[in-house]
Ligand binder design. Structure first.
Ligand SMILES: NC(=O)c1ccc[n+]([C@@H]2O[C@H](COP(=O)([O-])OP(=O)(O)OC[C@H]3O[C@@H](n4cnc5c(N)ncnc54)[C@H](O)[C@@H]3O)[C@@H](O)[C@H]2O)c1
Length: 258
């Protein structure tokens, strides 16, 4: 059984999909495996193209990779225009996954760092949703999945600190309000709140010992995998998930049980 839209083929837009070990890449791959066309957007344009080529050849699926900065409205609008001209089916799902970490202690956070983290994680989610929602409304099928973090719920405590927790808490507020506004259109909007996931987001600021310590603190005894998270994103974008909206989906191996 697979979780396709059930309304004909649609394109899933995935931001932050270029990192080969990241959640975005795993999600784009999973969408393609489930029969979706995929547009993979990332600040790393060549990386996005390489990731798209890899997924396209693995699944013989229509996948495009585009350079995009989710903090830049014009950059996203350019992607929407490129997609409209590409011959891909209409956008039916958006997975706003692009994000950046920030382990800086509070008293050392300057305004530049504050804005960097808020801009990508929160404003980027806002702009991504606003860019692609009109198409979903127009074509009668829409699913939005945003990316929060357990840091929003428990006040950091994993790796990133205050600006990240604040941004990811903002994503929850955005998601809930957007769910209410989009409901009359039949469009669902849900947030994922992962615990620690084994990706390169902490690269350069962690080591094997720290990663093992993070895994050992999880009741299920391991870090999440990008595929664990991708499976939930793609399910939430399926027709079967039509009655789930405004939720925060905890996916954390039991590290935060609420
Ligand atoms: N890995 C974890 O432990 C974890 C836990 C909870 C939440 N998350 C969230 O999941 C999401 C994915 O994280 P990941 O671990 O796969 O990270 P990652 O670093 O592997 O991938 C993030 C991707 O986002 C892209 N990106 C960064 N800034 C961008 C911008 N301005 N415009 C477009 N793309 C941009 C990067 O180039 C990269 O490809 C993030 O929102 C992150 O905050 C991760």
């Amino acid at each position: 059984m697979s979780y396709q839209t059930g309304v004909g083929q649609r394109t899933a837009v995935v931001t932050g999909g270029a990192s080969p070990r990241g959640i975005g890449f795993a999600t784009a791959r999973r969408f393609a495996a489930e029969g979706w066309a995929v547009a993979l957007l990332d600040l790393d344009g060549p990386g996005a193209e390489a990731a798209a080529d890899k997924i396209a050849s693995e699944f013989h699926a229509p996948v495009v990779g585009l350079a995009a900065d989710v903090t830049d409205q014009e950059s996203l609008a350019g992607c929407a225009r490129a997609l409209a001209a590409s011959g891909l089916p209409p956008v039916g799902a958006v997975a706003a996954i692009a994000g950046v970490a920030s382990p800086t202690p509070f008293l050392e956070v300057d305004l530049r760092e504050w804005h960097r983290v808020l801009d990508v994680n929160l404003t980027g989610t806002f702009l991504t949703c606003q860019t692609f929602l009109p198409q979903m409304i127009e074509h009668g099928y829409g699913r939005v999945v945003t990316m929060s973090s357990v840091s929003a719920q428990q006040g950091g405590g994993v790796f990133s600190k205050t600006p990240y927790s604040a941004a990811k808490a903002g994503v929850l507020g955005l998601t809930r309000s957007l769910a209410r506004e989009m409901a009359p259109h039949g469009i669902t909007v849900n947030a994922l709140s992962p615990g620690v996931v084994d990706t390169d987001i902490r690269a350069g600021a962690t080591d094997e010992e720290n990663e093992a310590r993070l895994a050992a603190a999880v009741p299920l005894g391991r870090q999440g995998s990008p595929d664990d998270v991708a499976a939930l994103v793609v399910f939430l974008c399926s027709r079967d998930a039509a009655y789930i909206t405004g939720t925060t989906q905890n996916i954390n191996g039991g590290s935060y049980i609420a």
